[in-house]
Design a protein around this ligand. Structure first.
Ligand code: SF4
Length: 346
C-alpha cells in the first residue's frame, strides 16, 4: 500500500492533454491492479517493466490501421470456432472454456482486451452447463483449457465444481488452467485450492504468465510450490513486449529463474496486433534475433517455443520456421499448420 502515494504523485504530474488521452483509453478499456503487483513497481515511469504492463499510457489511444479488436479471431464467424458462449473450439482435440471475463489485473497488451472485465461477457449458469454439454457431446476433445478472463478469480468451490463436471466426462483426458494470478496475487494459491485441483482425478496443468524476472519473487515461487508439491506441473507463457522484456539478457534471466524454480517455459508469444498496442510490438526480425541468442545461451528445455498467432484465427505458428517467410522489407507470408496463407505487414 505504500506505493499508492507514488501512484497518485505520478498521476498528478501529468499534463492536462495526457490526462484527457488517458481518460479516453479508460473509457474503452479496463484498468485493474492488485496491491501486491503494485508493490513490484520500482519507479512510476513507463521504463519500469511492471508499470509498462499495467498502467495505461496515452499511446493506447493511437490505433494503427491493421490493429484489431479480436486479433486472434476468437469470434471470426467464417471459422465457426465459437459454437457456444463459453467455448472456443479451434483445434480438434482441445477447447478453451471461458468461465469468467474478469481478471485480477488488466494487462495493457491483452489480446482479449475487448472483453476482459466487461460484465456483459459474464456467462450465467446455463451458459456454463451448455459448455459442459458441448464437451460431453464431442468425443474428439481430449483437453479442456480453462481461460478467461482469469479462471482463478472464481471462488474455489465454483471453479472446482465446473472442473469436476468436465473431469467426469470420460473422453476428457487432460485439464489446464491459464492464469496470471500466481504473478499478480500469489496469495490466491492456497493449500485448499491446490488440494481441490489435485483431487480432480485427471491430470491438471497450470500455465501462468511471467514476463519479467522482477515478477518471479520468493512469494510467487513459494505459492507455486504448493502446486508442484501436489504433482501439478506449472508452465509459463510470456509475451515479447518492447519496453518490458524485448532483450536477450532480460529473457535469459527470466527463463533461468523459471527453470530453477520448477516452472517450465512453454510459449514466448510474438505480441498480437491488438488495437492501441503498437508501442509494445517489435519486428519479427528482431524477435528472431533475440530467440536465436536465447538458443545459444540456455539449455533447450529452458527455451520456450516462439510463436505467433496468425491474425484472424488461423492458429499459432512457430516463428523460427518456414511457416514465416520474409517477403519484401517488413512483410511476411504466414502459413498456418493447415496450409492457410496470410500476408503480414509489421
Ligand atoms: S490476466 Fe490474461 S486475460 Fe487478463 S488482462 Fe492480463 S493477459 Fe488478458
Amino acid at each position: 500500500m505504500e506505493k499508492i502515494p507514488a501512484a497518485e504523485a505520478w498521476f498528478a504530474s501529468l499534463d492536462g492533454q495526457t490526462r484527457s488521452r488517458l481518460e479516453r483509453v479508460l473509457g474503452t478499456y479496463q484498468m485493474g491492479i492488485t496491491p501486491y503487483y503494485l508493490s513490484l513497481i520500482q519507479k512510476f515511469e513507463p521504463g519500469d517493466p511492471v508499470f509498462a504492463q499495467i498502467i495505461p499510457r496515452e499511446a493506447e489511444a493511437t490505433i494503427l490501421p491493421d490493429e484489431l479488436e479480436d486479433p486472434i479471431g476468437d469470434d471470426n464467424p467464417e471459422l465457426h470456432t465459437h459454437p457456444v458462449r463459453t467455448i472456443t473450439h479451434r483445434y480438434t482435440d482441445r477447447v478453451l472454456f471461458h468461465p469468467t471475463p474478469i481478471c485480477a489485473v488488466y494487462c495493457r497488451y491483452c489480446f482479449r482486451k475487448r472483453l476482459v472485465g466487461q460484465a456483459a461477457f459474464t456467462p450465467n449458469p446455463a451458459d456454463i452447463e451448455e459448455g459442459v454439454a458441448y464437451i460431453a457431446a464431442h468425443p474428439e476433445i481430449r483437453e479442456v483449457i480453462f481461460t478467461g478472463g482469469d479462471p482463478l478469480i472464481l471462488p474455489d468451490n465454483r471453479l472446482v465444481k465446473i472442473m469436476q463436471q468436465v473431469a467426469a466426462i470420460e473422453h476428457v483426458l487432460l485439464l489446464r488452467i491459464h492464469t496470471r494470478l500466481p504473478v499478480v496475487n500469489p496469495f490466491r494459491l492456497t493449500a485448499a485450492l491446490a488440494d481441490g485441483l489435485a483431487g480432480l482425478g485427471k491430470p491438471v496443468r497450470i500455465v501462468t504468465h511471467f514476463n519479467h524476472p522482477v515478477e518471479v519473487t520468493q512469494t510467487a515461487v513459494q505459492a507455486i510450490r504448493k502446486l508442484i508439491e501436489r504433482g501439478i506441473p506449472v508452465l509459463n507463457q510470456s509475451v515479447l513486449l518492447n519496453g518490458v522484456n524485448a532483450d536477450t539478457r532480460t529473457l535469459e534471466s527470466l527463463l533461468l529463474k523459471l527453470v530453477t524454480n520448477g516452472i517450465q517455459p512453454y510459449y514466448l508469444h510474438h505480441s498480437d496486433k491488438v488495437r492501441g498496442t503498437g508501442h509494445f510490438r517489435l519486428s519479427i526480425s528482431r524477435g528472431r534475433e533475440i530467440y536465436r541468442e536465447l538458443l545459444t545461451r540456455l539449455p533447450g528445455y529452458a527455451v520456450p517455443g516462439y510463436v505467433l498467432d496468425i491474425p484472424g484465427g488461423y492458429g499459432k505458428i512457430p516463428v523460427n520456421s518456414d511457416h514465416v517467410i520474409p517477403l519484401e522489407l517488413g512483410k511476411y507470408r504466414l502459413i498456418s499448420l493447415q496450409g492457410v496463407r496470410r500476408d503480414y505487414q509489421e
